[in-house]
Write a protein that binds this ligand. Structure first.
Ligand SMILES: [Zn+2]
Length: 320
């Protein structure tokens, strides 16, 4: 993207000293730099961005501006390098632009090199340089547009860990009473714990939560809470990272340190690695589940053009 990177910084104790020849600092080293720091881009996730912003505020360094990847692109600082191209090979279904390429993104990590985890690791066709959405968001957007009535419905929706593009799409339908929630303050309208949801029984038409369940220790409690707040004909739309190399979901209560979780599950704050049994696993809670994957719905050419992950999975669950 034409961005010059001075160094990388890690929030936990740095395990590597260099990435592609660029030095990696720990966060305390970063804060010891006295000269003015212009921009810090968080390439991990918005939760990490929040934590880093808090940390920066505490040490009173207003010179350090923190962005998450999507809002960084949105700020237009680097966007000018990109123009929609009328005859581009790619098409972003979220911002409705033709473009030449999606940008690569993702986290390079040992587990992702050894095992195939859908949506894990580095992906070539990930970020839309025009709107900042990523490949998983685009597939979710496609499913919501084509497999639900969210566009035209009149009802109530609860959205956990809300993705900006999806929020905008839902809010474009003014007849939806829309609630967003996140366990971390500042990321949704309300702080909401999926294992203890503060709303009444059977009031939502849809509950949407992507890449949340792999963080939740008490999966059973979360599922029963979602089912409790859903109307009898309501739908739960969700996705999880799935490792297609393991048959059975891997979870071990003795794996608790961030380092061990990173090694075993692929991220410091994940509590399990879902395997090929993901559908049966959620069906055991008494749910009826439909699985939506680009490879079942679209041609290879379309998947490539829209920048989807071929075997990406969105589940839509209803009460039996
Ligand atoms: Zn876009």
């Amino acid at each position: 993207m034409g961005i010059e990177i001075d160094f990388f910084a890690q929030t936990n104790e740095s395990a590597v000293e260099h990435i592609d020849g660029v030095s990696v600092k720990t966060f305390s080293e970063l804060l010891m730099i006295q000269e003015e720091l212009k921009i810090l881009v968080c390439i991990k996730n918005s939760k990490a961005t929040c934590e880093i912003k808090t940390m920066i505020n505490q040490v009173k360094r207003p010179d350090i501006k923190v962005y998450d990847m999507a809002s960084f692109i949105e700020t237009n600082l680097f966007k000018r390098a990109y123009q929609p191209t009328a005859d581009g090979n790619k098409y972003c279904i979220i911002c409705n632009n033709n473009l030449d390429t999606f940008e690569p993104a993702g986290i390079e990590q040992e587990l992702f090199r050894n095992k195939h985890i859908i949506g894990g690791g580095l992906r070539d066709n990930c970020i839309c340089p025009l709107c900042g959405c990523n490949d998983r968001e685009r597939w979710l957007y496609y499913v919501l547009k084509n497999k639900t009535n969210l566009d035209a419905m009149n009802g109530r929706v609860l959205h956990f860990a809300p993705e900006r593009s999806i929020s905008e799409m839902i809010q474009a339908n003014g007849s939806i009473d829309y609630y967003t929630g996140d366990i971390n303050p500042g990321r949704g309208m309300h702080v909401t714990d999926i294992t203890c949801i503060q709303y009444k029984e059977e009031i939502f038409d849809y509950v949407i939560c992507n890449h949340v369940m792999e963080h939740i220790k008490d999966e059973n409690k979360a599922v029963s809470e979602v089912m409790r707040v859903l109307k009898h004909d309501g739908k739960w739309i969700f996705s999880i990272p799935i490792c297609t190399d393991i048959d059975k979901t891997y979870e071990d209560n003795t794996i608790i340190s961030p380092v061990d979780r990173l090694r075993e599950y692929g991220q410091e704050d994940h509590v399990r690695l879902y395997g090929k049994d993901f559908k049966e696993r959620f069906e055991k809670y008494g749910l009826k589940i439909k699985v939506f994957s680009p490879e079942d719905e679209l041609t290879e050419e379309e998947i490539n053009r829209y920048g989807f992950i071929k075997d990406d999975i969105i589940m839509i669950a209803s009460k039996q």
